[in-house]
Design a protein around this ligand. Structure first.
Ligand code: SF4
Length: 461
C-alpha cells in the first residue's frame, strides 16, 4: 500500500469503528472486566511503582548490553544442545523455518500465541508452502477460524462477544448453535487435542529469553504453549532480540508484573522455562530445539537513543487498554501487527516512518499509556518524538510546512496577530485548513486580541 494509502486506510477504518456502537459496547465490556481485576493483582506488590521502576532498570541494562546478553544466551543454550539462528529480516526467519520444515518432512505444525509470528506473517507463508499451521491458543484459534489477525496483543479476540464466537463455531466447526463459553472451550479443546500428536514441529514465541541460563520463558493460561513445545519432536522458538533479561531470578519480578498488568492475575496459570531440547537422562521434550533471534529493524530502534526505551516493552497490553484512541477505533484500524500506543511508537521504526508516521498522531497525548505501563516507558513522549523525527526527515506535507511557516511569521509580529476581527480570522483560517476541520471542530478565534484584553485588564486595575 502506498504512503498515503496507509494513512487513508487508517482514517477510513477508524471512522467506521468509532461510529460502531456495538463494537464499542464489546470493547468497553471486556476492558471493563480487565480494569476491575487489575487493582486486585496490584495488591501483591508492596510498592507497585518501585516494582515497575526496577523492571525498567533491568530492561535498561539488558538493552544497553544487548550484544553481550545475546551472546551469553547463545553460549548457554548451545551448550545444552539447542541451536541459535540469527535472523536479520522476516524473510531470513521464514527461510530458516521452511528449511527446518523440509528437513523434517513436516506437513503440520502446532503453534502457540506469538506476536512475532504475526509480524513475519508466518501462517500465510506456511500455508503457501503446503504446511498446516494450527493456532492452539483459544483466542488465536478463534481469529484463525475467522481469517482475522489478532485484535489485541494479549487478548486476540477481545472484540468478539460470546455470541459472536458461538456463531463462528457453528458456521465453521458445525457445533450446535448458541453454545456457552464453557461448551465452546470444549469444542476447541477436542479439535486442538488431535493436532498435537500429528504435528512434527511446534512453534512458540518467548515472553523472555534468559541470558544467564540459555532459557526461554513462556507465559500462558491454557497449557497449549507447554504442549506445543513439548509434544512435537522439534521445537522452534521465534523471538525478537529485545526479549532478553539477564538472569533467571529476574523472572521473580517480571512474571507477576506481566500477569498483573496483562490480565489482572497475580500469576499466570502456566509459566514454563525451557532450557534446550530433551537431555540424555530425560524422558520428555523435543529432540531438537531452535531459537530464532529476530532483528527485523529492532536495531534501528537501538540506534536511536531516545526511542531505545520502547524495546523495554514486555507486551503486557496495559497501554492498549488504557488508550482512549484504541478503545474507540479498535486494534485492526492500525493496520499494523502491534496496535495501541506501543504499536504507534514502534511501527514507524519497524515498517517505515513514511508509511506509518500517521500512527504517532493517533493519540490525545493524555499520557494514560505512560501512567499504566508496567515498565514505565514514556510512551506519549516517544509519540511526540516520532512526530519530530518525521518532520526532521522531511516527511511533513507541503501544506503543513506552509501552515507552520505562516503561523511563525504571524506569531512573531504583533501587528499581524492583531489584524482583523475574530470572525475574519475564523473565516480565513478555517477556510485555508479544511483538512483540520474534517475530524475536529472549527478553530474559534477570540473576538478581542491579546493586546486589547491586556489593556482592558490593566485599565480596570
Ligand atoms: S508499552 Fe508498556 S504497557 Fe504497553 S504493552 Fe509494552 S510494557 Fe505493556
Amino acid at each position: 500500500m502506498s504512503t498515503n494509502g496507509q494513512a487513508a486506510s487508517f482514517l477510513d477504518k477508524s471512522r467506521i469503528k468509532a461510529a460502531d456502537l456495538d463494537h464499542r459496547k464489546k470493547i468497553n465490556f471486556n476492558i471493563g472486566k480487565y480494569e476491575s481485576v487489575v487493582p486486585q493483582g496490584k495488591q501483591q506488590f508492596d510498592n507497585v511503582n518501585l516494582a515497575r521502576e526496577r523492571a525498567k532498570n533491568i530492561k535498561w541494562r539488558a538493552i544497553e548490553t544487548l550484544d553481550q546478553q545475546l551472546e551469553r544466551f547463545e553460549q548457554a543454550f548451545s551448550s545444552r544442545g539447542g541451536k541459535v539462528i540469527w535472523a536479520e529480516t522476516a524473510e531470513d526467519a521464514l527461510q530458516e523455518i521452511i528449511t527446518i520444515c523440509r528437513e523434517k518432512n513436516c506437513r503440520s505444525i502446532v503453534k502457540s500465541k506469538s506476536m512475532v509470528t504475526e509480524e513475519i506473517h508466518l501462517n500465510e507463508f506456511l500455508e503457501k508452502n503446503g504446511i498446516e499451521s494450527v493456532e492452539t491458543d483459544l483466542g488465536e484459534y478463534i481469529q484463525q477460524l475467522d481469517h482475522e489477525p489478532p485484535y489485541h496483543i494479549v487478548t486476540p479476540a477481545m472484540h468478539k462477544s460470546k455470541e459472536d464466537i458461538a456463531r463462528l463455531f457453528h458456521e465453521k466447526l458445525h457445533s450446535a448453535p448458541g453454545l456457552s463459553p464453557a461448551e465452546l472451550t470444549l469444542v476447541a479443546r477436542d479439535k486442538l487435542r488431535t493436532k498435537y500428536p500429528e504435528a512434527a514441529i511446534g512453534i512458540t514465541g518467548a515472553n523472555f529469553i534468559i541470558a544467564e541460563t540459555g532459557s526461554i520463558a513462556i507465559t500462558e493460561n491454557e497449557g497449549n504453549g507447554r504442549l506445543s513445545c513439548a509434544f512435537p519432536k522439534t521445537h522452534i522458538v521465534i523471538t525478537g532480540i529485545e526479549k532478553v533479561i539477564p538472569s533467571l531470578t529476574d523472572l521473580a519480578l517480571f512474571w507477576p508484573l506481566l500477569s498483573t498488568f496483562g490480565t489482572g492475575q497475580k500469576v499466570t496459570v502456566y509459566n514454563t522455562i525451557v532450557t534446550g531440547p530433551k537431555q540424555a537422562n530425560e524422558t520428555d521434550g523435543p529432540e531438537e530445539m531452535y531459537v530464532i533471534l529476530l532483528d527485523n529493524c529492532r536495531t534501528n530502534i537501538i540506534k536511536n537513543p531516545k526511542q531505545r526505551e520502547s524495546l523495554y516493552c514486555i507486551r503486557c497490553g496495559a497501554c492498549l487498554n488504557a488508550c482512549p484512541i484504541y478503545k474507540n477505533i479498535g486494534g485492526h484500524a492500525y493496520g499494523a501487527t502491534y496496535s495501541g500506543p506501543i504499536g504507534s511508537v514502534i511501527t514507524p521504526h519497524l515498517q517505515g516512518m513514511a508509511d506509518f508516521k500517521h500512527l504517532s498522531y493517533a493519540s490525545s497525548l493524555c499520557g494514560n499509556c505512560t501512567e499504566v505501563c508496567s515498565v514505565k516507558i514514556n510512551l506519549h513522549e516517544l509519540l511526540l518524538e516520532n512526530r519530530k523525527e518525521s518532520v526532521d526527515e522531511g516527511l511533513a506535507p507541503f501544506s503543513e510546512k506552509m501552515a507552520w511557516k505562516m503561523w511563525k511569521i504571524a506569531s512573531l509580529k504583533r501587528g499581524l496577530m492583531n489584524m482583523g476581527s475574530g470572525n475574519l480570522k475564523n473565516k480565513v483560517v478555517n477556510g485555508l485548513f479544511k483538512g483540520w476541520k474534517e475530524h475536529r471542530s472549527e478553530l474559534d478565534f477570540s473576538q478581542k486580541t491579546f493586546n486589547q484584553m491586556w489593556k482592558e485588564r490593566f485599565k480596570k486595575n
